[in-house]
Design a protein around this ligand. Structure first.
Ligand code: IVH
Length: 682
């Protein structure tokens, strides 16, 4: 029980009970007994209480199941056997070396099995008496997230084995998203204004972490088996074991070949480097494994990876395709980005039609001419990159592609800021993409976090004339929003009408209302002042404490704040000198936004960490931002990456293995949450 508020625990328990009852009514009985709005209010009360009393947060709290930061929490479990990774190579020389080492350690020459290297998320499936009881992600290799309910939705994962399976069996494989599901998912996301996933791997990983497994079921995930572990594995070889797993209910790998020498391995990888273009799912290489279990044991493993297997990764795929035209897009800050429209071409499983040309300097350096053929490359990431011009295909007197001189949307003459690569449209207040961009920035998670709105909805509000600036959001009414429509056209030219229903409207309005509690430093960031990022906004807020003080500060005063240089100070001054902005700020103040620092929350508790640079990594008993606040309240400085100047790494559970390795190699101390709490309570 919390000594400051003996009622907090009681209220939390009561809220949890009430919310669980409503969830049951809603999800199980399909018969809600309160409005969504009232439900959200209850949930918000619980979120607020848990934020105020993190030590009272219960692991079974329903806040762990709803959208947003607090919910990204899965139970973790230790793996029965560590989940190692594979040694990677891109070169045939390394394969020669791998084969030589294996042969050196064996009395009898090995047989290898060649497989595809699926590009997804590794998963461990635990079967007890033939029943799938747990599915765990790789995590840091020792512990991972328990995602059983989500994995159960994947049809190719058997829930119950058949035949003569052992009492305990662990099966490992990869959860992947086929290209067709990936494209459909991204098309849907773009339609509702959500950012598309960069590649099928990210999409698979994001899907596995969804809270609602019925949503996961719609994502079209697939499971690719690649080995089993346990005391009583069937057969004495990897190949036979996978055959047996097929009898028990798993699908056989689509490709699996036994080979005995390097030439056959080369053949396999050359064939699949080509054939992967026709596969319906992504692979990023092939895996070569010693087949015989006893031989695997003889060859052994390092602490990180087995010596009996190696992954050969394919190089980024590259194609040449024709440049059809160049579009010029206008961003939130008015910066113009040229985008190439390309003759559609298949590249690493997806059709590429567009790719960024970055900025004017990039186009000049590449010397891009009308009708050129461009080389496009796609590496691990799905975002295609233009890497050069195929000059062999250039027409004799092709002209340079000109860069626009006027804003393609509002027609204002473009300007180039001194010392910057980008060209921009200076008509910030009346140029549509800039207005929409600012609104999108304002509602973003790290700004006002109004997640009931997104790019698509902002576009609807703007195109219906309901919002022209961020203050207009707070004047929206239920009547204005209900039934608001937008006609969208899909690729085949078919039109569809989207319209806001009651629940959507209530969500939007409550999201906007809740944002009035967002602390001052994030409000300052949300304004979208050029060059004022999240960190600078925080420093300004701490220094000046009120919006008025920031607005009235001279350039010199602004520059006394860490990180604020000439350019940033000018930009802040310019923002607060603009009468349109001042009008917006007045309306925001009247609507109740936080224009002052919450000193209680930001108060310095001690200077015990003064002069220390600390990297916070992993999962803690409270949200990571709370830990970072503790660092600052005790005089420490949060930094994001480990260097020789880092004082210590504050490691929660599941800190990334790369970070750990780096800290160890630089001799930087690693401190646990418990040790940290002891340190600051001294
Ligand atoms: S065998 C000891 N086989 O690639 C690890 N892995 O670092 C044995 N992967 O994390 C893994 N396809 O997620 C194996 N056919 C395959 C694979 C495969 C993809 C992934 C796996 C692992 C990573 C290698």
């Amino acid at each position: 029980m919390d000594v400051n508020n003996p009622n907090a625990q009681e209220r939390i328990d009561q809220l949890i009970k009430e919310i669980n009852r409503h969830n049951y009514q809603y999800y199980m009985l399909d018969n809600p007994t309160i409005s969504d709005y009232d439900f959200d209010q209850l949930l918000q009360q619980l979120i607020d209480l848990e934020a105020a009393y993190p030590e009272l947060r219960r692991p079974d709290s329903p806040t762990q199941r709803v959208g947003g930061e607090v919910t990204k929490h899965f139970e973790s479990a230790e793996h029965l056997y560590p989940m190692q990774s594979l040694g990677n190579t891109y070169s045939q020389e390394d394969l020669i070396e791998f084969d030589r080492r294996v042969r050196e350690l064996l009395a009898v020459p090995p047989t290898y099995v060649c497989e595809l290297k699926y590009d997804g998320v590794a998963i461990s499936l635990i079967y007890e008496n033939g029943v799938l009881i747990r599915a765990v992600t790789r995590g840091d290799g020792i512990r991972g997230d328990v995602v059983t309910a989500n994995v159960r939705t994947i049809r190719t994962v058997p829930l119950q084995l058949q035949g003569d399976f052992p009492p305990l069996l662990e099966v490992r494989g990869e959860i992947i998203m086929p290209f067709s599901s990936f494209e459909q998912l991204n098309a849907e996301r773009e339609e509702i204004g959500e950012a598309p996933f960069a590649n099928p791997r990210n999409a698979a990983s994001g899907s596995l972490k969804l809270q609602d497994s019925s949503e996961v079921a719609k994502r079209g995930l697939d499971f690719k088996l690649y080995f089993a572990l346990g005391e009583q594995l069937p057969g004495s070889t990897h190949f036979d074991c996978l055959q047996k797993l097929h009898e028990w209910g798993f699908r056989k790998p689509d490709v699996m070949e036994k080979v005995t020498d390097l030439h056959e391995i080369y053949d396999f990888l050359h064939i699949w480097d080509e054939k992967r273009k026709t596969l319906p799912y992504p692979i990023d290489g092939v895996v070569i494994k010693v087949n015989d279990f006893e031989q695997q044991r003889q060859v052994g493993a390092t602490s990180k990876s087995p010596r009996w297997a190696i992954a050969y990764k394919f190089k980024a795929e590259r194609v040449s395709t024709k440049l059809l035209s160049v579009d010029f897009q206008v961003g939130r800050t008015g910066i113009i980005t040229p985008v190439a429209n390309l003759s559609p071409v298949l590249l690493a499983g997806t059709v590429v039609k567009r790719a960024t040309l970055n900025n004017r300097d990039f186009m000049t350096e590449m010397d891009i001419r009308e009708g050129d053929s461009l080389f496009v490359e796609k590496g691990g990431e799905i975002i295609p990159k233009i890497v050069g011009v195929d000059t062999d295909k250039r027409l004799p007197d092709a002209q340079r592609v000109p860069f626009v001189t006027h804003c393609p949307v509002c027609g204002t003459p473009l300007r180039q800021a001194e010392g910057e690569a980008g060209v921009f449209c200076p008509n910030a207040d009346h140029c549509a993409p800039q207005i929409k961009g600012r609104l999108e920035h304002f509602i973003a998670r790290k700004a006002m976090n109004i997640d009931s709105l997104g790019e698509g909805k902002i576009d609807m509000l703007y195109s219906n004339g309901l919002v022209k600036n961020i203050a207009d959001l707070y004047a929206l009414t239920y009547e204005q929003l209900l039934g608001l429509e937008k006609v969208i056209e899909d690729e085949s030219g078919k039109t569809k009408t989207l319209s806001f229903r009651e629940k959507t409207v209530q969500n939007i309005l409550s999201g906007i209302e809740i944002s009035k509690q967002v602390p001052f430093e994030r409000v300052l960031f949300a304004l979208g002042i050029r060059f004022v990022g999240e960190v600078t906004a925080k420093k300004l807020a701490r220094h000046f404490e009120t919006m008025d003080a920031v607005a009235n500060a001279s350039k010199e005063e602004l520059m006394t704040v860490e990180d604020v240089g000439d350019r940033v100070a000018d930009s802040i001054t310019e923002y607060f000198n603009n009468t349109e902005n001042l009008g917006i700020l007045m309306r925001l103040r009247d609507t109740g936004l936080q224009f002052e620092l919450d000193k209680e929350q930001n108060r310095a508790v001690s200077q015990i960490l003064a002069g220390k640079s600390i990297v916070v990594s992993g999962v803690f008993t409270v949200p990571r931002d709370t830990i970072k606040e503790l660092v600052e309240q005790n005089g420490g400085k949060n930094v994001s990456s480990i260097s020789k100047n880092t004082s210590f790494v504050l490691a929660g559970e599941k800190m990334g293995p790369e970070k750990r390795k780096k800290a160890e190699s630089l001799g930087i101390p690693i401190v646990s949450e418990e040790e940290f709490r002891a340190m600051i309570s001294e």
